[in-house]
Design a protein around this ligand. Structure first.
Ligand SMILES: C[S@@+](CC[C@H](N)C(=O)[O-])C[C@H]1O[C@@H](n2cnc3c(N)ncnc32)[C@H](O)[C@@H]1O
Length: 379
């Protein structure tokens, strides 16, 4: 079962809850490792030849693949099971969280009361901050209430649930502290800019601060900030980072426009955030990165690969149609360089890279070769 480091902000599952989480983890490993590759075979051997016979040509794009694949019984079975496994996943984490929520909230409040001194992080919330429609309108990736819903006063539940949820979602492949995203982007920085030593780092859409902590550990002399629109994940992020002994300054802000001073950061980052925004928010966020960066400052965004062939693209877009990742199917076709230009970066300062880090991701069960998309630009 996925390794997951213990700290003060985690609920302890009882035996029944643990058994459910183990079941979900095994079910998902089976669906993605054993059944999902079958969908590619079905396309190759049945769906694509059928489409060709009917139309006298292969499908032009992933939307045409979608129309044909969604009629196929094997795909329908895998898709229905995948969706159900996602619902079971949240259920298996919500039960132990609900059972221990008041204790977790008290722990978070006690940690926050003692924070803020030398070498400690801070938390700044803004209850008046409007939630962007792209988060208010749906329960993102089917997490009940998304990142932002507060079920109790001073709630941390969304953060607790998300942390364990993504550990199960990826079968532990994100690492014992869900550190993989941060590790990959850090590996990219070290490979491409080995002498870069940031002094002030901003992590946009930091959620539970899992990646922010990676950067704070890697550059202990730097000040690290994390922003997110959602209060419960930020309360959890703060308490978690303090419990881990890592100083990070979290605040509730919209990455489209923050209250930080112009040119105040030399490294601005995001990890798997952009595909959860919107067509209009994306250039605004990149424009905000441009505003916040000092001269020669660096912006790095890590994004989920969207596949190369039309069948891979179609399979990636499953998340949009079935898992409430509404914007991610548009990201399949978006030109990130053009978006960064809209955000005022000079074309010659922008790089869009595919990066396959030499990290231990052996547990990942995905069918295609795993590479990550990175949008990098210098001010
Ligand atoms: C997939 S999670 C981020 C995961 C995390 N960065 C990591 O490294 O694993 C996306 C986060 O981005 C936040 N988010 C989305 N749009 C945002 C925006 N415009 N401003 C700030 N945060 C945003 C969401 O609330 C959510 O917590």
């Amino acid at each position: 079962m996925p390794v997951f480091n213990r700290h003060a902000m985690q609920p302890v599952p009882n035996l029944d809850e643990q058994a459910r989480q183990d079941f979900v983890s095994s079910l998902r490993a089976h669906l993605s490792g054993r059944l999902m590759p079958g969908a590619y075979k079905v396309y190759e051997n049945r769906v694509e030849p059928g489409f060709r016979a009917a139309n006298g040509r292969p499908p032009h794009d992933h939307d045409e693949v979608r129309k044909a694949m969604t009629q196929d019984p094997f795909y329908q079975f895998w898709s229905a099971m995948q969706r159900r496994s996602q619902e079971l996943l949240w259920e298996s984490v919500i039960d132990p969280t609900e059972r221990q929520l008041s204790k977790l909230i008290e722990t978070s409040k006690a940690i926050t009361r003692n924070a803020g001194g030398a070498g400690r992080g801070t938390l700044r919330l803004d209850p008046s901050l409007p939630l962007p429609r792209y988060h208010a309108a749906v329960d993102i990736h089917l997490q009940p209430g998304g990142y932002h819903t507060e079920f109790a006063e001073d709630d941390v539940a969304a953060g607790v649930v998300y942390d364990k949820g993504i550990n199960l979602y990826m079968g532990g492949a994100l690492g014992a502290e869900n550190n993989l995203m941060g590790d990959i982007l850090l590996a990219y920085l070290r490979e491409k800019h080995p002498d870069f030593r940031p002094k002030k780092i901003l992590d946009l859409g930091c959620a539970i601060g899992n990646s922010s902590v990676v950067w704070a550990r890697a550059f202990p002399e730097a000040e690290v900030y994390g922003v997110d629109v959602a209060a419960p994940v930020l309360r959890y992020a703060h308490a978690r980072a303090e419990a881990l002994g890592v100083p990070v300054h979290f605040s509730q802000q919209n990455a489209e426009r923050t209250d930080f001073a112009e040119a105040s950061f030399d490294l601005v980052l995001s990890h798997i955030v952009l595909h959860e925004t919107s067509k209009s928010a994306l250039p605004r966020i990149l424009g905000e990165c441009h505003r916040l960066l000092s001269v020669e400052g660096l912006m790095l965004h890590l994004e989920i690969p969207r596949g190369k062939s039309i069948i891979e693209k179609f399979m990636h877009n499953w998340e949009s149609y079935n898992n409430n990742e509404t914007f991610s199917r548009f990201m399949t076709g978006i030109d990130l360089k053009a978006e960064a230009i809209k955000g005022h970066f000079a074309p010659e300062r922008i790089v869009v890279d595919e990066f396959a880090p030499k990290l231990d991701v052996a547990q990942m069960n995905y069918a295609e070769n795993f590479f990550w998309k990175i949008l990098a630009a210098r001010r």
